[in-house]
Design a protein around this ligand. Structure first.
Ligand code: ZN
Ligand code: ZN
Length: 212
């Protein structure tokens, strides 16, 4: 299991859309096929300075910063023009009752992140996610994606040995009482299809994550 180890990514390469397969054409930038590659299909946007059409990109060229990725991040978007907050993209969000309570603080945190860190994230591979990867933020920095978690991972990381309580403490988007038991626990439903994307803060080591 080959690991991709970057500032904002520490998980198997199989958690990214990059694959080492002879079915995928050579990289459009370096023309080689020696490194895992990704055939672009419109669901993932790259940031590229050159003018030629890019159909396939490789991990080596990403490491060499020959191109980057646009990413969705907590509070907004990392685009080729820099950070765009969610309410800059969707103006109507500012009219929402809880804008100043929920979204605005996230946007402010996002705008505090230094440009060098934004550049680092742009040169990080996305992780596979049903609705597209979303990078969480903590301590004025993006968090490191550390993989998708199952029950064993919650047991291993729970500070007091209670995986369910730990899940409830770190999950960003769910508070249902029996959600953990049904979706991740040892007696989970046979229809359980939820995925937990786990992150760790580079500074205070706090874990956070979200489910799809
Ligand atoms: Zn390449
Ligand atoms: Zn932190």
């Amino acid at each position: 299991m080959e690991i991709l180890d970057l500032r904002y990514f520490n998980a198997p390469i199989s958690e990214t859309p990059f694959e080492l397969s002879s079915d995928i054409s050579h990289c459009s930038i370096c023309k080689k096929d020696s490194s895992p590659r990704l055939q672009l299909n419109g669901s993932i946007e790259i940031i590229y300075e050159g003018s030629e059409a890019i159909e396939t990109v490789c991990l080596d060229c990403l490491n060499d910063r020959k191109y980057g990725f646009e990413h969705q991040v907590e509070g907004g978007f990392l685009t080729k023009d820099g950070i765009l907050t969610e309410s800059e993209q969707y103006e109507y969000l500012k009219n929402s009752d809880d804008y100043s309570l929920i979204l605005e603080p996230k946007e402010q945190n996002l705008l505090k992140i230094e440009q060098a860190k934004v550049d680092d994230l742009a040169h990080t591979a996305p992780f596979n996610a049903f609705q597209g990867a979303l990078w969480l933020v903590h301590c004025n920095d993006f968090m490191k994606f550390i993989g998708t978690w199952q029950h064993d991972d919650f047991v291993q990381h729970a500070p007091n040995g209670d995986p369910k309580e730990f899940f409830d403490n770190i999950v960003d988007n769910w508070n249902g009482d029996d959600f953990y038991d049904k979706q991740f626990g040892p007696n989970k439903s046979e229809h359980a299809g939820s995925v937990f994307y786990a992150f760790e803060c580079l500074h205070c080591k706090q874990h956070r994550g979200y489910v799809e």
